[in-house]
Write a protein that binds this ligand. Sequence first.
Ligand SMILES: *Cc1c(COP(=O)(O)O)cnc(C)c1O
Length: 402
Amino acid sequence: MVDVRKSGTAQLLADAEQSILFTAVRPGLVMERGEGMYLWDTDGNRYLDFIGGWAVTCLGHSPAVIREALVRQSSTLVNASPAFYNKPMIEFAKLLTGLSGYDKAFFASSGAEANEGAIKLARKHGAVNLGGAYEIITTVNSFHGRTLATMSATGKARWQSLFAPAMPGFKHVPLNDMDSLLAAVDGNTCAVMLELVQGEGGVHPVDADYLRRLRELCDERGMMLLFDEIQTGLGRTGKLFAAEHYGIQADAMTLGKGIGGGFPLSALLTRECFNLFEPGDQGGTYTGQPLAMAVGQAVVQEIVDRRLARNAEAVGFYLENRLREVEHTYRLSPVRGKGLLLAFDLPAPVGAGLVAECLREGLLINSPHPATIRLMPPLIAAEEHIDEMMPILCKAMDRLLA
Ligand SMILES: *Cc1c(COP(=O)(O)O)cnc(C)c1O
């Protein structure tokens, strides 16, 4: 019995190697099923998920609200065309603008696409209102996506020469360093774009004072302030939007990951005064796609109704404290981050080994840098899941950091 299933997995892995374009080293297993906080592979092994589909599956795996939204919407209208409005598109736009305080929404499928929209909007603002200014300042160590423009916006040194030539019009400054920012701003700057907690960069929050001064600077210069809340958005940091921790509104904000709960969906939100696109400037075959809109509406409403931001804050606080208890034992850095987006540094660059060891023991965690561990479980996580996770993590650290 077990052998039959094993050989099934071996065949799948052989087929994968033969037919999937290589882009990443993946473990030798195939994920088959998910429910709540857990995933199962084709051999029936269970994994407690503290990666959450990369900060995506905020309602856990296979939530009923997504299934119901898909069944309902696909029985009515799957696709009309981006040339027409549809009902879920309008309802979802109203929901998101109402929650966020922005006036207008544009929808796409991936975070990178939403950021492309934000970059275009900032350049449009530069062209219309700032005499042709087109440069956007972003931060060192930031992550904004994998399209060519968003790779250039991303503050990874290695990416500036990867797939050269890079897209011109981006400058990178260290996060939380006002002098560097002031030195980078000139008459050609149309916007500043940043994550409020750098996610892929290793979970580094922006300073409140820096953000306040940045808002003032953008107001003085007429530059757009763009928040990339694709990872922090919708409850993850303990508030619906990370910007609420700071009490500062940007001119445009991008959302992705969590707003679809696992369905490909992203949004660009902006204020009425930046409602600047003309016909033909911006679009996409799947903008406002009815299935995506129905799922987004259901997921976001569920996050609000179940107060999952508050849960992320409470359970994140519990997780932070449990990690603090073992900080000294394993010589870890203090835990950083907000809500259920947390990270800590290891005393040695054994992150990949620790991820592999935890995987063997049925726990999924992420190492965005060789000596950093990041935790971003679904927002439905409870204390019992932290209590289940900690012994596995500690056992793995016992082996690797002894
Ligand atoms: C994941 C991420 C993106 C890119 O989103 P995709 O859906 O992968 O295109 C952009 N910005 C931030 C902050 C992210 O975490």
